[in-house]
Design a protein around this ligand. Structure first.
Ligand SMILES: Nc1ncnc2c1ncn2[C@@H]1O[C@H](COP(=O)(O)OP(=O)(O)OP(=O)(O)O)[C@@H](O)[C@H]1O
Ligand SMILES: [Mg+2]
Length: 371
């Protein structure tokens, strides 16, 4: 969707390139994160894509067209841009900020209003409450959300986002990141996303471009960046605890252990007792129709309760997660319930298997030696 071919930018009066022979291929619907230290050329790269700067050498293809052959206004209308430091118009209301591009496109008034309301709601800002305010009457995190809404206003297929969540506290940032990922799941835009926070890069990116002094050092998916950094610069960039960071990327379905004892609701006590005794967990899962996870029976439950079949004994199980959760999520749930394992289900609550703390340590240990 976006292709940079040997792009170099040398600013007038400088003899070192701000961007040096950069080639990048960004596929449609992908989030490409540019990451690297301050001054390495991230913003400059972005600004060449919407022609705020023209490359000194090389070319940039958008769709199948060289951007130099595209009408510059047309080009920018197709590219949403969230600039570093937010950059809302201070004298305009929030509504008017978001409406900028649709009005330039001469959308009818009613359609603009509808779109603005829709977008403010989408980014979690009640239009009734925030629409008429000025940017200075919003918090930093709220302003950043308006910036994102404004960039999305005309539904551009391509978005450039320059440190869109840079100015907010870690908790709000985490929430904005999650909202963004949820939106992107539906909208599937092609996004160039700049950050100098490697954890953000790993979380948000389908691909990560690690840059140093204008040059592309490594271009790979997050897991590869963590497991096989190309050189010392990238290894330092991803930092210590690489293996722990991988827990954010790997999913429970990747390490699932499905060799787990289970019984059905009507399984008689004798058989339950035998299975509990043989089980490493000292417990069995109880499954209903269609393998739906109903609960768990442990040794203690058998002693405490009275009955004949599993339905009389089982207890609710809280330490569960779905098979698309990350290992980090799974570990958090285990820690918060003080359990050594977690039961994994699919989207329809069907039992898929379990993961133990030991399984997670196994993943971390595998590449701990590389740190
Ligand atoms: N308009 C300009 N004129 C001259 N030099 C510039 C201009 N814009 C950027 N530069 C230089 O180009 C280099 C790359 O800057 P750029 O803004 O792309 O860095 P960045 O990676 O976005 O950094 P940061 O993380 O601090 O935002 C820097 O050395 C910077 O000083
Ligand atoms: Mg920058």
């Amino acid at each position: 969707m976006i292709k940079l071919e040997n792009v170099t930018k040398i600013f007038p009066g400088s003899d070192i390139p701000a961007v040096d022979n950069l080639s990048l291929d960004i596929k449609e619907g992908e989030v490409c994160v540019l990451v690297g230290p301050s001054g390495c050329g991230k913003t400059t790269t972005m600004k060449m894509i919407n022609r705020i700067y023209d490359p000194t050498e090389g070319r940039i293809i958008l769709g199948d067209k060289d951007i130099m052959d595209t009408n510059i206004i047309q080009l920018r209308l197709n590219i949403g841009y969230v600039i570093q430091e937010i950059g809302l118009f201070p004298h305009l209301s929030i509504e008017d900020n978001v409406a900028t591009v649709p009005r330039e496109l001469k959308w009818p008034k009613e359609k603009v209003k509808q779109r603005v309301d829709e977008l403010l709601t989408l980014v979690g800002l009640e239009p009734e409450i925030y629409g008429k305010r000025r940017p200075s009457h919003l918090s930093g995190g709220q302003r950043q959300r308006v910036g994102v809404a404004r960039a999305m206003a005309a539904d551009p297929p391509v978005m450039l986002m320059d440190e869109p969540f840079g100015a907010v506290d870690p908790i709000t940032r985490n929430r904005l990141q999650n909202e963004f990922l949820r939106l992107q799941e539906q909208l599937k835009k092609t996004i160039v996303f700049v950050t100098h926070d490697i954890d953000e890069a790993i979380k948000m990116g389908d691909k990560i471009a690690a840059m140093q002094e204008g040059r592309l050092i490594q271009y790979s998916d997050p897991d590869e960046l963590l497991s096989t950094p190309k050189n010392e610069f990238v290894a330092n960039l991803v930092g210590r605890n690489r293996s722990i960071k991988r827990l954010h990327l790997m999913h429970t379905r990747d390490v699932l252990n499905n060799d787990v004892a289970y019984v059905k609701l009507k399984t008689p006590l004798e058989e339950i007792e035998q299975k509990v005794k043989d089980s490493k967990l000292r417990a069995v899962m109880v499954l209903g129709d269609d393998n739906k996870l109903m609960g768990i029976i442990s040794k203690e439950d058998i002693k405490r309760e009275k009955g004949e079949v599993a339905a009389d004994y089982y207890q609710e199980i809280l330490n569960t997660c779905t098979d698309d959760a990350t290992l980090n999520d799974a570990l958090s749930v285990m820690l918060s319930y003080g359990e050594g394992f977690i039961a994994v289900t699919d989207g329809q609550e069907r039992f898929k298997g379990i993961i133990t703390v030991g399984d997670i340590f196994g993943v971390v240990k595998d590449d701990a030696n590389d740190n």
